[in-house]
Design a protein around this ligand. Structure first.
Ligand SMILES: Cc1ncc(C[n+]2csc(CCOP(=O)(O)OP(=O)(O)O)c2C)c(N)n1
Length: 348
């Protein structure tokens, strides 16, 4: 795909000045938040797994611009951006990374399990492909209860040869479920290039096997992403027909914080970084005179300040109390005590 260092002009025109201005600010927030998270991880304040979304911000930002508040979103473990745009705050997302009690799931989930279910964000899932059936279930419930809601389900291309993917897309098509499946094809599943793992590399073509529309799009362009996803969301809302979309994108960091990413060349990375989704939005906004350089700089400062504030909040927040270690694990839990005895649990 040819690299264009701006948003597609027609898509940008359709997206419009106000939405592109908002989209840039959302992408700046995700970028600055994750840069801060990376620093906190390096300093040892965040532990466990941590997968950054840096480079892919246009996918979630454009896609969620096509949704209404009542709709549903579910994703895999590369979920910080999805959380920030769908109901979590910078503070409770960062606190979750720190494992603090003020985190969006009380410090129990960490990086891979962000949730804001009351705002339609259903995670944050660590097992590759395991949440795709849940998306079909969310869409089934919306249809069954006649709520006219749409579900967007994001996953990586590494999930595409899991059985759950085939089972879910088959049922979604067979039962006419209002769901949009988006594969974020960032070209590598951990260290494995798509070409080494998949017999089909034009992933959108898999839609044919489910008798549903499929399309690939430039996932580094926030306006094109919105335009493509909006068509699929409209189809789902109006006809209950599902769609399978392939967002062609690239992650600028390693698979996780512990990955030196030796499976790709420095030249490849440098070339891809020229196609930064944030720079593309900046170019389009300034070329169209939809934003000034000063405004863009000010928005970036707001994003940086939000990330610093979130980290300070997370650092000052308390750890969950040891006695609550068994909370949220079982529906009918026992209380755990340090000497190994268990007693019937009381939520206090
Ligand atoms: C069922 C299962 N198998 C293996 C893993 C280990 N694993 C974690 S991430 C990953 C790669 C997934 O890549 P992809 O779906 O492309 O997502 P990306 O990391 O590119 O966002 C694997 C194999 C897992 N979490 N779940």
């Amino acid at each position: 795909m040819a690299i264009e260092h701006r948003c597609d002009p027609k898509a940008a025109e359709a997206f419009g000045k106000e939405r592109l201005r908002t989209a840039l600010q959302e992408m700046q927030l995700i970028r600055r938040f994750e840069e801060r998270a990376a620093r906190e991880y390096a300093s040892g304040r965040i532990s466990g797994f941590c997968h950054l979304y840096i480079g892919q911000e246009a996918v979630v930002t454009g896609a969620l611009s096509a949704l209404e508040d009542k709709d549903h979103v579910i994703t895999a473990y590369r979920d910080h951006g999805h959380a920030l745009l769908r109901g979590c705050t910078p503070r409770n997302t960062m606190a979750e990374l720190f494992g603090k009690v003020t985190g969006c799931v009380s410090g129990r989930g960490g990086s891979m399990h962000m949730f804001a279910a009351d705002k339609g964000f259903h995670g944050g899932h660590g097992i590759v492909g395991a949440h795709i059936p849940l998306a079909a279930g969310l869409a089934f419930a919306s249809k069954y209860e006649e709520r006219e809601e749409v579900t967007i389900c994001f996953f990586g291309e590494g999930a595409l040869n899991q059985g759950a993917f085939y089972e879910s897309l088959n049922l979604a098509s067979l039962w006419d479920l209002p769901v949009v499946f988006i594969v974020e094809n960032n070209r590598y599943a951990m260290g494995t290039a798509l070409e080494r793992a998949s017999a089909v590399v034009d992933l959108y073509k898999k839609a044919d096997g489910f008798n549903m529309p499929g399309e690939a799009f430039d996932g580094m362009d926030v306006a094109t992403t919105w335009q493509t996803v909006q068509r699929a969301v409209d189809r789902a809302r109006e006809t209950n027909r599902p769609t399978f979309l392939e967002a062609r994108c690239y992650r600028f960091r390693g698979h996780s914080m512990s990955d030196p990413a030796k499976y790709r060349t420095k030249d490849e990375l440098a070339e891809q970084k020229q196609d930064d989704p944030i720079l593309r939005a900046v170019t389009t906004l300034t070329e169209n005179k939809w934003a000034t350089a000063d405004e863009i700089k000010a928005w970036d400062k707001v994003a940086k300040d939000a990330a610093i504030d979130a980290a300070e909040f997370a650092l000052e927040s308390p750890q969950p109390r040891l006695e609550t270690v068994g909370d949220f694990v079982y529906a009918n839990p026992q209380q755990w005590t340090p000497d190994g005895a268990t007693t019937p649990h009381r939520r206090d």
